[in-house]
Design a protein around this ligand. Structure first.
Ligand code: DX5
Ligand code: ZN
Length: 216
């Protein structure tokens, strides 16, 4: 499967999003990962659909919007209108309506994805695997960049990839949190193909080389 690198602008200078996404595109990132935090589902507040709309004209790369928000259903329309290409909703934010939320994202003309936290079992993502374009497995507790990768995530990636293979669904599996050049090969070997990287990309002295090495 094609490996895609999705740098998270959470680790970048919030005063320079336009410049940052142009630089990421030039340095051959595949997606722009936008970490939306509402101060409720997770303690920090980052940015919302208005910022995504402001970024939109600065890049043709897909905007991969990870919604760490309560009541994600009520936010889908505004992110679709802002120009999101992928919208990811947390299973934990609305466990009863994961499928309906994915259908709502599709109805808005956007690729649909669901995500589980480190404390949530891989099985909780299985129903989403039937209809999602992508699923995301958190490898840190969401809310902050620069944390340490939780190694138990590898087994969950394998379980979700095996389940998708059994279904005959060759979907993207994204992993988010604590990914470095030292652990990315294991993450890919476990079955992930979309790699989020915040601090690894933005702390690098040579962003293009780091993105290329993460891709392998
Ligand atoms: C955490 C965010 C991540 C974060 C990753 O809540 O979802 O996308 O930015 O940052 P690093 O790569 O620094 O762990
Ligand atoms: Zn994220």
């Amino acid at each position: 499967m094609k490996i895609k690198i999705a740098p998270s602008i959470l680790a970048s200078d919030f005063a320079k999003f336009g410049e940052t996404v142009r630089q990421l595109e030039k340095n051959r990132a595949d997606y722009i990962h936008c970490d939306v935090m509402d101060g409720n589902f997770v303690p920090p507040i980052t940015f919302g659909a208005q910022a995504v709309a402001a970024i939109r004209p600065h890049t043709s790369l897909p905007l991969d919007c990870h919604l760490m928000v309560t009541k994600p259903a009520s936010r889908i329309r505004e992110f679709a209108d802002a120009g999101a290409d992928i919208i990811t909703v947390h299973v934990e934010a609305d466990p009863e309506h994961v499928i309906q939320n994915l259908e709502k994202i599709h109805a808005a003309g956007v690729k649909a994805s669901a995500v589980i936290n480190p404390q949530t079992a891989a099985e909780e993502l299985f129903p989403a695997c039937e209809i999602a374009d992508m699923v995301l497995i958190m490898s840190v507790v969401p809310g902050w960049g620069g944390q340490k990768f939780i190694p138990e995530t590898l087994k969950k990636i394998e379980a979700v990839r095996n389940f998708c293979t059994k279904l005959g669904r060759d979907i993207d599996i994204e992993v988010d949190g604590g990914i470095t050049e030292a652990n990315v090969r294991e993450v890919i070997a476990a079955g992930a193909n979309v790699i989020v990287a915040g601090s690894t990309v933005f702390r690098s002295p040579d962003m293009a080389a780091t993105i290329s090495r993460l891709r392998g």
